[in-house]
Design a protein around this ligand. Structure first.
Ligand SMILES: Nc1nc2c(ncn2[C@@H]2O[C@H](COP(=O)(O)OP(=O)(O)OP(=O)(O)O)[C@@H](O)[C@H]2O)c(=O)[nH]1
Ligand SMILES: [Mg+2]
Ligand SMILES: [Zn+2]
Length: 432
């Protein structure tokens, strides 16, 4: 019996992945199962009623007002469903931020797709959907890009909207609040993993969000739409910097790429239509400090990764940089590990490149983060084409060949969630 209990340890505090409220497990509401128990005060007429139970089955499930047993739980503040694994496994939040069209949605889709393949085969870590319903949008992206039955047809991920079906609306009485839907994954060491026995302490529920770039602009995160509050909980921030949106990078790449996004733009129009990417980073820094209750002069102690997107479009600026995956096998060990020296050296070269063309981005990052990494990614592997039917950019699924897209997340996991993914570092830190 004690053994059984230790396997099923319930965490003392749960963090809601929707509204980020922290609560004790016994404060949880349960979700009615009986089909007549419809119409929740906070979520609306089509949602099952949430309730505090007074009757339980012998197995510990709650019994709803119509006598039906239920095992689904919800947050006492927002009433949205909190998946069971969050009651037993520690969550880790990562924030992905960047200007509109910087490549956040493509990055997320290609990254989760690659991680689903690589983690179990190369690193001995199982990656499963914590809640398949809330991950549905990501599944759509992944299927469209990588499992499309019409691989030669031009497809595109739609621009992320600031409201709509990626959000849940909660009626808080006097006002309603819109929360972004989290993407949640269980990461657990498999049987073959050397830390399998420590599974209960090193496993994580990884929570990610896909925001619209506009939500990172000053004034766009409000009490009724607190869509970027995950920044405060984030273990590591990923700022997506898009060189194609910077006139200095576009000039440097002239004649060196066929990506239509790198073509010279009418500079006046470009200035009016695009946002300065350092504004987005500085605003995010402000928000982290504000939400975490830090003063301006207090250093933020969490790490920052500058992810330089669309690597395929600016490769010629660093022609010596190989896009071979940075994973190494260790003789006699069952799992691969990250090649820490190579990642460090790539980070240095990419950081130097940014310092040359966009010093303000590096300055903003250095003024904020304690641990700073610069990593290049290509979510597609090649430039998009203009779709003659719509005039917008598209990709043919057959051509999708992402590289390094999962490296920022694997590096962050290895550094900030020790025990899941290993990293080999031979250089002394002082040499770097
Ligand atoms: N060349 C190249 N283009 C890319 C890559 N990833 C994304 N793109 C292009 O960048 C554009 C924007 O990508 P999205 O992922 O939709 O950008 P986003 O940051 O989600 O934008 P919002 O949803 O508006 O905030 C698309 O037209 C893609 O074709 C890449 O790896 N290489
Ligand atoms: Mg998007
Ligand atoms: Zn909640």
């Amino acid at each position: 019996m004690p053994q059984e209990q230790s396997r099923l340890t319930i965490r003392a505090r749960i963090t809601c992945p929707h509204c980020w409220n922290e609560f004790a497990p016994e404060e949880s509401l349960w979700i009615s199962e009986h089909p007549d128990l419809i119409g929740d005060t906070r979520l609306g007429p089509e949602y099952a009623i949430r309730f505090l139970p007074s009757r339980f089955t012998a197995e510990g499930d709650a019994i709803d007002a119509e006598g039906q047993r239920t095992s689904r739980l919800a947050c006492p503040a927002c009433h949205l469903e909190v998946a069971r694994p969050l009651y037993q496994i520690a969550p880790v939040f990562f924030s992905i931020l960047g200007a509109p069209a910087s490549g956040k949605s493509y990055f997320l889709a290609s990254m989760t797709w690659r991680m689903r393949q690589l983690l179990p085969t190369e690193f001995g870590v199982a990656m499963t959907d914590t809640d398949p319903i809330s991950n549905a949008r990501l599944h759509e992206y992944e299927e469209q890009q990588f499992l499309n039955p019409n691989p030669d047809q031009l497809i595109a991920i739609a621009k992320t909207q600031v409201q709509g079906d990626l959000y849940d609306t909660v009626n808080m009485g006097s006002h309603s609040v819109q929360y972004p839907r989290p993407f949640q994954f269980n990461l657990q060491p498999m049987q073959k993993h050397p830390n399998h026995k420590r599974s209960s302490s090193i496993s994580r529920v990884m929570c990610l969000y896909d925001n619209a770039g506009e939500s990172f602009l000053p004034g766009q995160d409000t009490a009724s739409s607190p869509v970027t509050r995950h920044l405060a909980l984030s273990r590591c921030l990923f700022f997506l910097f898009d060189p194609t949106q910077d006139a200095r990078f576009r000039r440097a790449c002239e004649g060196k790429t066929n990506d239509p996004q790198m073509l010279p733009r009418n500079e006046r129009l470009a200035r009016e239509n695009s946002v300065r990417q350092d504004t987005i980073l500085l605003e995010a820094i402000q928000r982290v400090r504000r939400y975490a209750g830090l003063r301006e002069d207090q250093l933020h102690q969490r790490p920052l990764t500058i992810v330089v997107t669309k690597w395929d479009s600016w490769r010629e600026l660093l022609p010596g940089l190989s896009n071979e995956p940075p994973y190494v096998a260790i003789p006699g060990a069952p799992m691969k590990v990250l090649d820490g020296d190579r990642i460090e050296s790539v980070s240095k070269q990419v950081g130097d490149m940014l310092r040359k063309y966009t010093p303000e981005i590096v300055a903003a990052a250095e003024g904020f983060a304690q641990h700073l990494t610069f990593l290049p990614v290509s979510a597609t592997g090649l430039a998009p084409e203009v779709d003659p039917a719509t005039g917008s950019f598209g990709i043919r699924p057959r051509n999708m060949a992402p590289y390094w897209v999962e490296v920022p997340m694997l590096s962050a996991l290895s550094r900030w969630c020790p025990g899941l993914v290993g990293m080999l570092e031979t250089k002394m830190k002082s040499e770097v």
